[in-house]
Design a protein around this ligand. Structure first.
Ligand code: SF4
Length: 281
């Protein structure tokens, strides 16, 4: 059986950068804390914790401590509170997320009501809306467009969580355009996500089976899986090689493999080796 590994599989540059910053910061002498997980992958989080970075839920007295801001970024309020508490701030926010922050602030200053297309509960979205003085509207789905709220908006500025599915976003935008007379849309889906989505629109059609690797907490892996599944019923989402069942590969001549932006290369290689081993039996 032939194994086809996606070119875009695995770490994006934003995740690589955040991990490098975390590892470097851990070498300093003072305690390093992060609010939640650096990226959405259990193995990566474990590796970073083993290097000495501690996870915390709450900010306390920060004098003599470092606070690491994760790849998803955080709200202005958290940053201000951390500085006030005395933390030394090391910011590992992905530059593409920072760009979204700058766009929404600019739109708000120009009098636009902000609409964010993304998952309400995702840290990146919380960080984006947390840059604003006004309350943003968050739309997570085509079926959840708040028509009553948007009917009174005169001009809206729309941005997108960096890992959203472009097709879904375009559908939402076309409905918003029909309901809001002045709409400025910024497609802020990041380049690595676009490459992954371009590949995943083709790979499931060319392979008998698709294996998507990534943590169940990873938003971009979820999106890749959803696209793959819609094109090929034999699409499976795993977070490690242990979860692969040989029945999935029955009669398959080729298997496509891809992985979310926070999946380490070591996990991808373990999956490749596991599939090779199952095919050799
Ligand atoms: S998925 Fe995109 S926005 Fe998120 S960390 Fe990677 S490059 Fe940055």
């Amino acid at each position: 059986m032939k194994i086809n590994l996606a070119k875009s599989a695995g770490f994006c540059f934003g995740v690589k950068r955040a991990i490098n910053i975390a590892m470097e910061t851990a070498k300093t002498n003072q305690p390093v804390l992060m609010l939640g997980d650096i990226v959405h992958n259990e193995d990566v989080v474990k590796k970073i914790q083993n290097s000495g970075v501690r996870k915390t839920k709450r900010l306390c007295q920060g004098k003599g401590k470092t606070l690491l801001i994760r790849a998803h970024g955080c709200s202005k309020k958290i940053l201000q509170r951390a500085k006030k508490s005395g933390y030394l701030i090391i910011d590992a926010t992905c530059p593409m997320v920072k760009e979204i922050h700058a766009i929404v602030k600019n739109l708000e200053n120009r009098g636009f009501r902000i609409i964010v297309i993304g998952d309400k509960s995702h840290d990146e979205v919380k960080g984006i809306v947390g840059q604003l003085k006004t309350k943003a509207i968050i739309i997570d789905n085509l079926s959840n467009i708040p028509f009553k709220k948007i009917s009174s908006i005169k001009k809206a500025g729309v941005v997108v969580q960096s890992t959203q599915n472009l097709d879904k976003v375009e559908e939402i935008i076309s409905i918003l355009r029909k309901n809001i007379s002045k709409l400025e849309f910024h497609n802020t889906i990041c380049r690595p996500t676009r490459s992954k989505q371009d590949e995943i629109k083709v790979m499931p059609l060319k392979n008998d089976v698709m294996i998507i690797i990534g943590s169940k907490t990873s938003a971009n892996t979820k999106r890749i899986y959803e696209i793959s599944k819609s094109l090929n019923k034999r699409s499976y989402w795993v977070n490690s090689s242990n979860q692969i069942k040989d029945s999935w590969l029955a009669k398959a001549k080729n298997t496509g493999i891809t992985a979310g932006a926070s999946t380490p290369e070591s996990t991808i290689q373990e999956v490749v080796q596991k599939i090779k081993a199952l095919c050799a039996v």
